[in-house]
Design a protein around this ligand. Structure first.
Ligand SMILES: C[S@@+](CC[C@H](N)C(=O)[O-])C[C@H]1O[C@@H](n2cnc3c(N)ncnc32)[C@H](O)[C@@H]1O
Length: 215
């Protein structure tokens, strides 16, 4: 039975939380067109260097992964996972040239069950995805496992200020969700390096937390 919740991001049929079918494809196109600001905010905060390996959790249409690819260059490696097969498919298209060079992969996987060996990645990021994870603590332990010692994670959310609300599901709660992510990261032993907000003019656009993996 479908039960309605106060938070649109918690609705089981939210096309942004698990894109499938035609509405899912339209949602993925909307993400590709509208989430560039959050992707840029996350990747700037991640401070990617040439040659690094990076994982995106909840990669959606793959625009963030493509941006990360440009930063890590030909010597780097990027991997995108998403619980939605449609999203993994979109991402595979977005990075297909790098895939054929052995420099990128896109897979269907849950944040809490990542198909990678331990300590494979230097860095990881998640944009507009954390709010959908059914068990965020388990997902963060799994991200810790696949990050190398000293590895960094950036979690970014679309956000808006109350006096300038954005017309996007979940934007109003973005800063609060980042606060919840930060508290959980601290409880799990991550070191918080930075918490930051990025504006687009006077409008708040993205809220991020930057954390280093527990030793
Ligand atoms: C709003 S979209 C954001 C996509 C992309 N990061 C962007 O900002 O354009 C959220 C994505 O997270 C994925 N997602 C949600 N929960 C997930 C989970 N537990 N594990 C993996 N992916 C998940 C969804 O399928 C969806 O593609």
């Amino acid at each position: 039975m479908h039960t309605s919740t106060a938070d649109p991001c918690r609705e089981p049929d939210c096309p942004f939380g698990d894109p499938k079918g035609l509405t899912g494809a339209l949602a993925l196109i909307a993400m590709a067109l509208k989430n560039g600001g959050q992707n840029k905010a996350a990747i700037d905060a991640l401070d990617l260097r040439p040659g690094e390996s990076v994982l995106e959790i909840g990669c959606g249409p793959g625009m963030g992964l493509r941006r990360a690819l440009r930063r890590v260059g030909r010597g780097g490696f990027v991997a995108g996972v998403d619980r939605s097969p449609s999203a993994a498919h979109f991402t595979a298209h977005a990075v297909h040239r790098a895939f054929f060079r052995g420099q990128a992969v896109a897979m269907r996987a849950e944040a809490a069950d990542l198909p990678f060996r331990a300590a494979l990645f230097d860095k990881a990021f998640a944009v507009n995805s954390f709010q959908f994870w059914p068990d965020p603590a388990r997902a963060l332990r799994e991200i810790e496992r696949v990050l190398a010692p000293g590895g960094r994670l950036v979690i970014t959310q679309r956000a808006s200020n109350p006096d300038r609300p954005a017309n996007f599901a979940g934007a109003a709660g973005g800063v609060e969700r980042m606060g919840q992510a930060t508290i959980l990261l601290k409880q799990l032993g991550w070191r918080i390096i930075d918490e930051r907000c990025v504006k687009d003019g006077a409008r708040l656009m993205a809220a991020s937390v930057v954390a280093e993996r527990p030793v």
